[in-house]
Design a protein around this ligand. Structure first.
Ligand code: HEM
Length: 221
């Protein structure tokens, strides 16, 4: 027996996963994501995704700082997850030293950031919903994306894909601990339902970003 915390079958983590299952399938099967995994997006199209991530994580990680000392949301804020410096490195690699002047948030990213500003700085369970949607996804499907990107553009090592690398020894163990932390949240059913709805919104906001990227980049493939 290990003393690792174990998520339960009907705890908050399992319910959150079930509540977002359909939205997950919708997000991962958008044409842009499918094309990226299939090696059908050109390098500029991939850089456009990294740029949108930069703006999304800028706001999400500002919220993380605001929530760091919150008794409910604070335990989710761990430095190993911080992505913004890695996105900056990936952009410097992809676009060169003047990268910051070359990127701008698209309309879907602006809508996503607006939602993050509305809920993540003052509502701990809302912050957790957005945190879960991005970071647990990055730790899971992110590995497939990184492998595909390396293969497509023939990047070596972690160049251009630092965003997908984590200083975490065991992702499996980290995710189990994360889910156990979700299960331990002091949320009543109403508050849980609100948080689950917010996670579904987070997935659809991500889908919106992919749709706009697809419209902007796929005809250039
Ligand atoms: C390339 C597209 C994607 C693939 C191949 C993919 C694949 C996966 C896989 C295999 C898992 C299960 C991992 C496990 O059980 O440990 C997972 C979990 C997850 N993914 Fe994705 N995913 C993709 C896109 C996304 C997107 C766009 C998001 C949201 C922005 C997302 C968010 C999540 C979350 C939150 C989980 C954790 C579910 C849970 O266990 O509660 N994924 N993904």
């Amino acid at each position: 027996m290990s003393d690792e915390p174990t998520p339960t079958d009907n705890g908050l983590a399992a319910r959150l996963r079930a509540a977002t299952d359909a939205a997950h399938r919708a997000a991962e099967s958008t044409p842009y994501v499918t094309a990226l995994i299939d090696g059908q997006v050109n390098r500029a199209g991939y850089a456009a995704l990294v740029a949108q991530h930069y703006f999304i994580y800028e706001t999400l990680e500002q919220a993380a700082e605001a929530m760091r000392d919150d008794p409910v949301a604070g335990p989710f804020v761990v430095d190993e997850l911080t992505r913004l410096p890695r996105l900056a490195e990936d952009l410097a690699f992809l676009l060169g030293p003047g990268w910051r002047e070359e990127i701008a948030p698209n309309a879907a990213t602006e809508a996503y950031r607006q939602r993050l500003r509305e809920v993540c700085f003052t509502w701990p369970a809302g912050f957790i919903a957005h945190h879960y949607t991005r970071y647990l996804g990055d730790l899971s499907g992110g590995a497939f994306v990184a492998a595909a990107v390396r293969r497509t553009y023939e990047f070596s090592g972690d160049e251009g894909t630092r965003f997908y690398q984590f200083d975490i020894a065991s992702r499996g163990r980290f995710k189990r601990e994360y889910r156990a932390r979700l299960d331990a949240l002091p949320l009543d059913d109403t508050e849980f339902d609100r948080a689950a709805e917010e996670a579904v919104i987070a997935f659809y906001l991500n889908q919106g970003v992919f749709q706009e990227l697809g419209a902007a980049t796929m005809e250039a493939v």
